[in-house]
Design a protein around this ligand. Sequence first.
Ligand code: CP3
Length: 344
Amino acid sequence: MSQPVNDLFLRACRGEAVERVPVWIMRQAGRYSPRFRAVRENVDFLTLCKTPELAAEVTLQPIDELGVDAAILFADILLPLEAMGKELIFAPGKGPIFPRPVRRREDLAELHRPDVEESLGYVFDALRLLRRELAGRVPLIGFGGTPWTLASYLVEGGTSKHFEHLLGWSWRDPEGLAELLDTIAETSVAYLSAQIDAGAQAIQLFDTWGGLLDAERWNRIARPPLEKILHALAGTVPLIYYIQGGAHLLATVADLPVQVLGVDWRQPLSAVRRIIGPGKALQGNLDPTALLGPVEEIRRQAKRLLAEGAGGPHIANLGHGILPMTSVEHARAFVEAIQEGPAG
Ligand code: CP3
């Protein structure tokens, strides 16, 4: 039986007319959901990512459970770094760890350019499976990290507070760091192109730590490897650039060749729109902690978000990933309040 096709998200990405603002949630397949935790109980995180049937199963959970307007592949931005030869561990409660970080030019010799079909084929299998199972119900988003954000984990060896290894390298040996970023960009082009070939209908690039840099250094260090990816993918599917903590960089990123700019909650969308102009759709940007408040307040915030975004194409989302302590009911209240529209 054929199901109705919901392509609101893709139309909004392209700046086309939509009947209502589409909504999805970053990290929508995640630990806040008891259904996700039930799957996760039996399998560690990396195995879940590498088992296409399971990755597809948890990708679909929020489509049924929350009624969101897009699916995002269940995977992680760090997987291509593992494919480049760096051991990656997800220690329970500790987040990602690279036991042998890349910290100097000499360390670059340990990285290789992977055959992505061979080392990351499980991602493409999951995407193909998902396109079949979704059958047009909602569009499917693929993703990766920006070279700068990926390097932050690879150089620090995991999550960091001050990023002293990465930032220290950027001052000490900018050419060496540029070589690392370019190597990551090359693998990212192959990885993301293969995601598109396998059925990803949009690609989001997560720049979680782009905001560490001032505009001049962002342009000099982070932009060239990012643009290498964006130019290679141009003309394929809609591209989304998401930056966290980047309010001071909005004028800088406004000219990136992407259709959608994703932002955190630190500025209202009306202010973001004034800075970046009319040319892109905006994605975001409710503070994820707002979902910890009462349902009435969540609904008020959702309506406020619609009003803030009304100056141009808008895809509603949180400003960063949903927090594990969020209840499913509250996540659903956000999605429903957006889908009712401003008056509901
Ligand atoms: O959005 C989705 O539902 C798709 C899945 C997804 C995950 N990670 C699954 C995940 C996506 C899009 C990501 C992106 C990602 N991964 C980013 C960029 C977005 C952001 O949050 O800023 C980053 C920085 C990573 C790296 C990463 N992965 C970290 C720092 C951590 C530990 C923090 C945490 O939340 O536990 C992870 C682990 C991770 N990635 C989990 C999930 C569901 C939790 C692991 C678990 O289930 O034990």
